[in-house]
Write a protein that binds this ligand. Sequence first.
Ligand code: EPU
Length: 422
Amino acid sequence: MDIFLIDGPVRLSGSVTINGSKNASLPIMASAILAGGKSILRGVPDLSDITVCGQLLEQLGCKVVKEPTGELSIDSTVVDNPFGDYEILRKMRAGICILGPLLARCGRAEVSMPGGCAIGDRPVNLHINGLRQLGARIHLKSGYIIAEAPNGLTGKEIFMGGPFGSTVLGTANVLAAATLARGRTVIESAACEPEIVDLANCLNKMGAKISGIGSPRLTIDGVSGLEPVEYEVIADRIEAGTFMVAAAITAGELKLTNCRLRHMMAVADRLRHIGVKVEQDNGGCVVSATGPPRTADITTQPYPGFPTDLQAQFMALLSLADGNSVIIEKVFPDRFMHVAELNRMAANLRKEGPAVIVAGVKKLIAAPVMASDLRASAALVLAAMAAEGTTIINRVYHIDRGYEKIEQRLNPLGASISRQSV
Ligand code: EPU
């Protein structure tokens, strides 16, 4: 198992290119199932979640190859084993996004219910309800979702909102399935995240008829078949946001290329509010800070609100602010595993239900800490770069799930991170 040793404090400066989006790539990879033939995806990041998703597709019968050019090819000519194994789904919850495509392509799917995870309960009731409304017969057996639609799916008006708003992967599943359903499907309260926009654009390039893309009301006119596609995924707005916080927390200056600021308006708004400069720079942006941040209140929400996937990183940043901030988590109310670890580094955080009161401290101090999930571990790396001393982060495999060789990208900018196998 790898650990990170991170020396701080450091000041970052330089230029970094943002990779393709993990959370756009995963449902797009799954949607390759819908078309028999070889699809080529560009910009898919080199991450363990992507490798696991490739393994899942191979179990179904697809051939998945990382080409020497960096492209990912998925040949879905054969999909003869519509089975999503628990052994894979327990590692990567996003594997659930094969459910809709498999059902549409094969008329049947047997996919493990994903397990719980460190960020809280992750139910899939909205995925199941949506697919049922398209006519699928679905029951649960021994931890597996057994879905059947031997005579195909039929379009319908579906409301997909839940107690915490829209669902990203639920929308992806129903949207993908509806492309091949008979007639028209309307998804009301669809997720509007850029990753869903990217999926819908990719599906349209495959021959689907989706309109209302980017709005909470998606209209899908079913077609009889889809074609393989060549497609480039969008830049990763969460990776970009993490590098922005890296510039801010180290009072540094970073130029981000391949970063779409228009996907990050809530993030830029909060950064500017706390005194960080964020300037558009053709195809990217420049982020700079000169001192400790001012306080800010943040509430996570579905897009275009502030993303839950940057909540932990902003908590690390605001822990150094001059006063009190309040962070409210409205997407995953239990996503606070990083609170205790940041407190180990001398932050002053108090959890109150789905909120955390962040009392700013003058400095963070290095300590041994434990990464608990992907974004929480990113927050620890950020805190460690600002903290005095050498922080040891255990279980860095969590960070490898979503950030490609993070130490190799931060070190040239001035960080001092070494990876060791223990
Ligand atoms: N929810 C339900 N029922 C469902 C599905 C979701 O009640 O059937 C609830 C969830 O419990 C949560 C809320 O709805 O309270 C939103 O969850 P959502 O379904 O949107 O999450 P997801 O699709 O499983 C994706 C990202 C997450 C990101 C969330 C929210 C991928 C692979 N995962 O998850 O990303 O936090 O959307 O934006 O796209 C990450 O990258 O670190 C990560 C966890």
